[in-house]
Write a protein that binds this ligand. Sequence first.
Ligand SMILES: Cc1cc2nc3c(=O)[nH]c(=O)nc-3n(C[C@H](O)[C@H](O)[C@H](O)COP(=O)(O)OP(=O)(O)OC[C@H]3O[C@@H](n4cnc5c(N)ncnc54)[C@H](O)[C@@H]3O)c2cc1C
Length: 239
Amino acid sequence: MAWKWYDSKVIEIREMTPTVKQFFLEVDEVADFDFFAGQFITLDLPISEKRLKRWRSYSIANHPNGTNIIELCIVHLDDGAGTTYLFNDVVVGSDIRFKGPSGAFYLPEKIDKDLVMICTGTGVAPFRSMINDILVKQKAFQSIHLIFGARYEKDILYREELENIERENQNFTYDITLSRDEKWLGYKGYVHQVYMEKDYSEDTKFYLCGWSQMIDEAVENLLIKKKIDKKNIIYELYG
Ligand SMILES: Cc1cc2nc3c(=O)[nH]c(=O)nc-3n(C[C@H](O)[C@H](O)[C@H](O)COP(=O)(O)OP(=O)(O)OC[C@H]3O[C@@H](n4cnc5c(N)ncnc54)[C@H](O)[C@@H]3O)c2cc1C
């Protein structure tokens, strides 16, 4: 899908956790903003005179649904210029210019392999889009194992929705692992131990999304320790 520049208006902002917000953008002059589930858009924020320094990319967290509404799921970084602008200055009614949809981080039309989706924090956004897209289009899939990592229970994103999906779909497994929550009864630690202890079929596709520390370690583990062919490791690097 070819990208282009669009104008949009923020129509809703929801607090998901103390540091993460959902931003809903309504795209001007478009009835149906189409994209592949997993793609991202790039916002042009008024935070610098220099064009390239103003651009911040965000995965589209909703699935393509025939509307002109885009949902983003964004974590605020204390020292981050873009997210501080989004969290402090953007309100319902603000105008946001963006380009997109962009990126090649999406699933093939026919899903004929087991999928493992590994993410931390807002890295869950493209997977939430992909999973809902599969379910809404009633696409056949073999198995999906979603592994979500965060620090504390309060940081879990889209938990209720994903737990419901797990309850209703026996070939979808959802594991949460928390690195700092002493009281958590599930997996404790980073995402890596979760996929490392599982046995997956030989041609399983591993999709990773998040920041470089997690992605670098996961790619190394999958390639070297788990001997996964590199063509089966696909990732979206946030920075
Ligand atoms: C394709 C793509 C999709 C993205 N999708 C999302 C998304 O859906 N949600 C989202 O919240 N972000 C997403 N990001 C990250 C986003 O583009 C910005 O980098 C992020 O919001 C920080 O912008 P900032 O201007 O606040 O920080 P900046 O002023 O740009 O500085 C941030 C600095 O901190 C580093 N950094 C940023 N985030 C983290 C982190 N969590 N942990 C450790 N270091 C970090 C960056 O590498 C950079 O050095 C995506 C990035 C890409 C490339």
